[in-house]
Design a protein. Structure first.
Length: 123
């Protein structure tokens, strides 16, 4: 029994050391930006980049810079991206099925929504 307790205490001590090592390895702002750009080039969205960085123990609030601001014009809002994808699918469908009035109307609504979103995010 005493061996298990000692092993548990050693494990806890090792975890504390690992946590302090993570805190000691704080990246500079330039390294943080390079890491964000590297993850973006691998095809991750800003939200997924944030999750990946948090798993590594890096938080964007420590650097006082948003991931979307670092990506700049490369960053596309997830809402806008989803509506663009929907609009592309509707365009393909309406090209094949010209008499599908409902799809034509949905295409008009999606394009209007996309226009509104783009206008909103430009401000």
């Amino acid at each position: 029994m005493p061996k298990k307790a000692e092993e548990a205490e050693e494990k806890k001590a090792e975890e504390k050391v690992e946590k302090t090592e993570k805190k000691a390895k704080r990246k500079t702002a330039e390294e943080f930006e390079k890491k964000v750009i590297e993850l973006a080039e691998s095809g991750l969205t800003a939200e997924k980049i944030g999750e990946a960085l948090r798993k590594e123990g890096i938080h964007s609030k420590e650097y006082e810079k948003k991931i979307s601001k670092i990506l700049g014009h490369k960053y596309i809002q997830p809402d806008e991206k989803n509506i663009q994808k929907k609009l592309e699918n509707l365009e393909k469908h309406t090209a094949k099925n010209k008499n599908d009035k409902r799809a034509v109307r949905d295409k008009q609504r999606a394009s209007a929504k996309l226009r509104r979103l783009r206008k909103y995010f430009k401000k």
